[in-house]
Design a binder for this molecule. Structure first.
Ligand code: MLT
Length: 308
């Protein structure tokens, strides 16, 4: 055929709109990262790149749908660390993150921030810990479902503090953040891509970031290590995937377009304003995502599997 296959037989790939499944609600961090990339990706590929939010079950509904899509390069998945925790958290998972997908490339790695609604009272992480211990039976903690990054952070935080809080699940931290801003829920651990602007405007209170170094755009927020909780450390890596069986030359076209989009100055600026940055061209190689995914499945299998 005249090109990399896919689309109308014999057309050069891509010759049609590409859908990128985001397994969480619109307006959340995964959605934000994908929408920033969609335009430069589309420009590079010469077709429309459309974001398709397929929510539910901590990202496993959308990832499952992507695993069933035709392997023609016209349906992709942009997902995060949840691809690596799902096999442990969902024993009867309806997809295999490794066998059912072709890695296209890593996109970015995003810090998280431990947040409360304004007016909760604590003025520091230490005071937040005291507040949580004193109000364990009433404090509410939002997340985006078992398997989400916010739920993973919530789990690490509760384990480190030895508390069990009332969890309030959402289909993404877009809606979770809306309730935090409205004061309907007390706490949320969310990625800086979804919370940096709310923190800087004072619309929510931030107590710590879950990475070893402070986040440049949030210089006044201490790290969890500084705040005395070094075990609450997690950063949310995101990858772009195609269904298993997608032709190698299609994956190559996608990977090259991804690398170009990640090198786009506008993308870099937007990511940096949100507390993160695009991965380097070297880091965006498919083999790096493949290794990251396998390593993380093993790591979280060990860390999360113990308790079950
Ligand atoms: C998560 O908690 O996994 C994400 O924040 C969900 C989302 O992107 O909305």
């Amino acid at each position: 055929s005249g090109g990399a296959g896919g689309g109308g037989g014999g057309d050069t790939y891509p010759s049609d709109t590409i859908d990128v499944i985001v397994p969480f609600s619109a307006g959340g961090p995964t959605d934000t990262v994908t929408r920033i990339l969609a335009e430069p990706l589309g420009e590079e590929l010469g077709v429309q790149v459309v974001v398709d939010n397929v929510e539910g079950a901590g990202g496993t509904v959308g990832a499952g749908e992507a695993s069933q899509a035709d392997p023609d390069g016209y349906t992709l998945l942009l997902h995060h660390i949840g691809m690596s925790t799902a096999p442990t958290l969902y024993p009867d998972l309806n997809f295999d993150p490794v066998a059912d997908f072709e890695p296209v490339g890593l996109v970015t790695e995003v810090p998280m921030a431990i947040l409360s609604k304004t007016g909760l009272g604590p003025a520091s992480f230490e005071e937040l810990v005291e507040y949580i211990e004193a109000n364990e039976s009433t404090v509410t903690l939002a997340h985006a479902g078992v398997g989400s990054a916010s739920h993973l952070c919530a789990t690490l935080m509760q384990d480190a503090l030895g508390v069990t809080l009332t969890e309030v699940p959402y289909d993404g931290t877009g809606p979770a953040m809306a309730d935090l801003l409205g004061g309907q829920v007390d706490l949320l651990c969310d990625q800086t891509t979804n919370s940096a602007s709310q923190i800087l405007s004072g619309a929510v209170d931030a107590y710590a970031v879950t990475v070893p170094e402070r986040v440049a755009v949030l210089p006044d927020v201490p790290t969890t290590a500084e705040a005395g909780l070094p075990d609450v450390e997690v950063s949310i890596w995101h990858g772009l995937y195609a269904p298993a069986g997608t032709p190698e030359d299609v994956v190559t076209v996608l990977n090259e377009a991804l690398i170009t989009a990640l090198g786009n100055d506008e993308v870099k600026t937007q990511f940096e304003e949100l507390g993160t940055s695009p991965v380097s061209a070297e880091q965006a190689a498919p083999s790096v995502l493949s290794t990251q995914l396998s390593d993380q499945i093993a790591l979280w299998g060990d860390l999360l599997g113990k308790g079950n």
